[in-house]
Design a protein. Structure first.
Length: 556
């Protein structure tokens, strides 16, 4: 095939180790192993798409089978072996796509083929791409051959999902984790390719390509190929044109949008977003860029502009730093939570654009919440008290926090509970209930038919203290994820006042259910010491007290 007709990612595919970029340590390790004749039975290359897994596999195959030897490996004028390996049609180097041949029968055929030595090369090599797609039975069939192959046989595996490969296979391979290529190194590389192709593109446009490719060389070359063919030979690719081609927008627009959000200018915020939307930017790309900028606003004081990161230029960096000094850091954390939630929402709405506009309106209103404090583990903070306060604004922000991911298995039906005969005091001015103890809170839950809340309070909550609209608790892992916000909301509805719910490091008192269980066990233990029980065992040796029924007074 004519080289000029190939796409750039194939035309400029590295042919020897010296052509590789971003994988110097891997190249050096493999080179030394071949030099010192310490070649492993199997190589395993893992990493994201486009960082050189299959390319390195072919280079290894050529290094082992080149007719000129490793020290004089073909670079331009290929020998027959190197030419055939590059074209994937060498008789002794079999490339197999595990995504299409996943079964144990395919592996058995491969093992049967491995019994015969190489025809024209020094080594018979099996290159298996996307090896994680093999079935469990196929992996098991491969184990013995992989551990003790003939001297002439080598395996080379490539995968993007290393976790799906059995440990028994990984332990039999020499593993190499290929890293993302650094931004500056990738920029210099595609700039060199651009010059070889006699294309015209500004550095800013190339830096945008590097940013979008996320460290993948193949992605960067594919984007460059697309950009160069989008323009006439006399036109130069600038940043604005690149943003239109790739569906990206000017980062300064997003920074200005942030500024307007904190100024509360709803009209201008929606105007800027609609102009970005009209540029053809996808909703997910926009929200991910929004998250990235949130990260910079939160951590700008600990960051600096370097050549390895093309997300911000000096002007944008300084502008973010200036704005961030006026923003409450807790608000940025709140914004982050809402952005993550909106990312999941846009998959279920028919028009993601409307969802994002409502998202901005919510952010404008959320920035004015002054009593917000997120739930954090006390181990995440260096200087914290023995507990962490969850302020009462939780009742207003019901979608923000999760304590855990499990759900309550069973909630007692209200008909199972004794209806209490309670005489709760009321505030005559506000006609709101007064709750002065944990027991009164449980009684009100029954009165208001909040049986799920009562179940959580009895089963999964350990009371530490209860005093003056402040409850300090600890909890077990079965606590419902919605418990804090539901309790905070209900207390406000019932009492007309804000309550502070504090999570404590202390274990606290036993839960109501634990107390009942301990009480029953104590009664059973005492009954086992009675003469009546011992006499009963004489007649019924297998008898055992399983449970006791504790009668409650109506006044309890």
């Amino acid at each position: 095939m004519n080289e000029n007709l190939k796409v750039l990612s194939l035309k400029y595919r590295p042919k020897v180790f010296d052509d590789l970029i971003g994988q110097n340590i891997v190249a050096e390790t493999i080179t030394n192993s071949i030099k010192f004749n310490k070649i492993p039975n199997a190589y395993l290359f893992t990493g994201i798409r486009g960082v050189g897994k299959t390319t390195i596999a072919r280079i290894v195959a050529k290094s082992l089978n080149c007719e000129k030897g490793f020290y004089n490996i073909c670079r331009n004028n290929f020998c027959e072996n190197c030419k055939a390996i590059s074209n994937s049609n060498h008789i002794d180097v079999l490339e197999m796509d595990a995504a299409s041949k996943t079964g144990v029968d395919d592996v058995r055929d491969l093992i049967e083929f491995s019994r015969y030595g190489p025809s024209i090369a020094k080594y018979k090599i099996f290159i298996i791409d996307e090896v994680h797609m093999l079935s469990k039975q196929a992996f098991n069939a491969l184990l013995k051959t992989l551990e003790e192959p003939p001297e002439y046989l080598k395996f080379i595996f490539a995968t993007t999902e290393i976790k799906k490969i059995p440990v028994t296979v990984i332990s039999r391979c020499q593993r190499f984790d290929l890293s993302r290529v650094k931004s500056d190194e990738l920029f210099q590389y595609i700039k060199k390719i651009k010059d070889l192709e006699k294309g015209k593109a500004t550095d800013e446009a190339l830096k945008l390509i590097v940013k979008i490719s996320e460290g993948s060389v193949r992605d960067a070359l594919s984007l460059l190929d697309r950009a160069l063919v989008s323009l006439d030979s006399n036109d130069e690719l600038d940043l604005n044109m690149a943003q239109k081609i790739f569906g990206y927008f000017d980062k300064s627009q997003l920074i200005n949008l942030f500024k307007l959000i904190f100024e509360g200018n709803e009209k201008e915020v929606l105007k800027i977003y609609r102009s970005i939307y009209d540029q053809g930017v996808e909703a997910k790309i926009f929200l991910n860029d929004f998250l990235e900028l949130l990260y910079y606003f939160k951590n700008i004081n600990s960051l600096e502009v370097t050549g390895n990161n093309f997300s911000l230029n000096d002007e944008e960096f300084n502008l973010i730093k200036k704005i961030s000094n006026k923003i409450d850091q807790n608000t940025l954390i709140l914004f982050w939570q809402f952005t993550i939630k909106t990312l999941s929402e846009i998959d279920v709405v028919s028009n993601p654009n409307l969802s994002i506009e409502m998202f901005f309106i919510r952010l404008i209103h959320l920035k004015d919440i002054n009593n917000f404090s997120g739930i954090k583990s006390d181990y995440d903070l260096p200087n914290v008290d023995n507990n962490i306060s969850v302020k009462n604004s939780l009742s207003e922000n019901k979608d923000l926090f999760d304590l855990k991911n499990k759900t309550v298995g069973q909630i007692k039906n209200i008909t199972q509970e004794n209806q209490p005969d309670i005489d709760l005091k009321e505030n005559k001015k506000s006609q709101n209930l007064l709750i002065n103890s944990f027991n009164e809170l449980l009684k009100i839950c029954i009165l208001k038919k909040e049986m799920k809340l009562k179940y959580e309070l009895e089963k999964n909550v350990n009371l530490v203290s209860f005093d003056k609209q402040r409850i300090e608790i600890s909890f077990n892992e079965d606590l419902d994820k919605e418990f804090i916000k539901i309790l905070s909301s209900k207390l406000y509805d019932w009492t007309g006042k804000r309550w502070i719910i504090t999570l404590s490091r202390e274990k606290g008192d036993f839960s109501i259910k634990e107390k009942e269980s301990n009480n029953k066990n104590e009664i059973i233990s005492k009954m086992k010491e009675t003469i009546s029980y011992k006499k009963m065992l004489e007649n019924f040796p297998d008898a055992e007290i399983i449970d006791v029924d504790i009668k409650k007074n109506n006044n309890d």
